[in-house]
Design a protein around this ligand. Structure first.
Ligand code: GPP
Ligand code: MG
Length: 289
């Protein structure tokens, strides 16, 4: 066992609270076509939303191929989102090590390895997701470099200072940000980069709106206010370098998804929340000092 691959947590230690157990249960059971059918397009399985304009022609043309064309287009936008996240990680070398905190079925980790050629560890509190993602890494022949672990991102067990980069792709709404960034500050080397894409509520509008509450209920999550991110980063030696409001760029994805057969019923809440200004889709990149 190398110094990087330290302790393996027991089940008891990974899932510490009733809340964490309920989140794990949700993701262990999750088989939404909106995730699986999109992933089957090219075997990159994402658990995040999309960015960019969609090709309007997918809503036209032969009815028998329309749904599949919409699915391929939504998948393209989700892959584009992961590319935007990776664009903000900075200069990553093959010898560096990265952490995907809340790695889902592994799509962003596989893309990071493809782009940078470096070692990537993903952690998830869903054993089903970990198993699925490791299978994908084996199928792609990258299991020596991309590994998924049943671990808690609040207490990963990885070595102090072992990471050049860490990201969270729509996972921070499941944890306390001060605890999370305390762990990331420990894991990142000096000058290492953290990138977050998240949905956050808008402090300017006060407490959470009905639409934001509906999103929380749907995913069993707790969306944080925008201000909380900056307080928690600053409190843990993480200094923002980029802050990008991705809201306008994600609205087309939701409009397309709302018209698709794989819509899950949460689409209108996202569109309402974004359009009324009570919710933002935000990217933050921060450096460890
Ligand atoms: C994951 O996407 C979604 C979340 C982790 C929760 C909330 C995110 C916010 C930005 C508030 P998914 O791809 O698993 O969701 P879906 O099944 O709806 O596509
Ligand atoms: Mg999805």
């Amino acid at each position: 066992m190398s110094i990087i691959d330290t302790p393996v947590n027991t089940v008891h230690h990974v899932l510490r609270t009733a809340y964490q157990k309920s989140v794990a249960a949700y993701w262990n059971a999750e088989k939404n076509p909106v995730n699986l059918r999109l992933g089957e397009v090219d075997d990159l399985y994402h658990h995040h939303y999309g960015l960019g304009e969609y090709d309007r022609s997918v809503l036209e043309g032969p009815a028998d191929t329309r749904e599949q064309r919409m699915i391929e287009e939504m998948h393209r936008l989700e892959t584009a989102q992961a590319d935007v996240l990776l664009d903000h990680l900075g200069d990553i070398r093959p010898a560096d090590r990265l952490l995907d905190a809340g790695s889902g079925r592994g799509g962003t980790s596989i893309m990071a390895n493809g782009r940078f050629g470096c070692h990537v560890d993903g952690v998830s509190i869903s054993e089903q997701q970990v198993a699925f993602a490791n299978d994908q890494a084996v199928k792609r022949g990258v299991a020596d470099q991309v590994r998924f672990h049943f671990r808690n991102m609040l207490d990963t067990g990885f070595a102090t200072g072992s990471r050049r980069g860490i990201w969270t792709n729509e996972t921070t709404m499941y944890v306390d940000l001060f605890e999370l960034y305390g762990e990331f500050a420990r894991l990142l080397e000096y000058g290492g980069r953290y990138v977050c894409i998240t949905g956050c509520s808008n402090d300017v509008q006060g407490l959470r709106s009905k639409a934001v509450s509906k999103i929380d209920e749907h995913y069993t999550c707790n969306i944080h206010p925008r201000s909380e991110y900056f307080r928690a980063l600053a409190g843990n030696g993480l200094v923002p370098i980029d802050v990008v409001d991705l809201t306008p760029a994600t609205i087309p994805y939701w409009e397309l998804r709302a018209r698709s057969e794989v819509a899950t019923g949460i689409e209108e809440a996202f569109l309402t929340a974004y359009k009324e200004g009570s919710f933002h889709y935000l990217l933050i990149a921060a450096d460890r000092i």
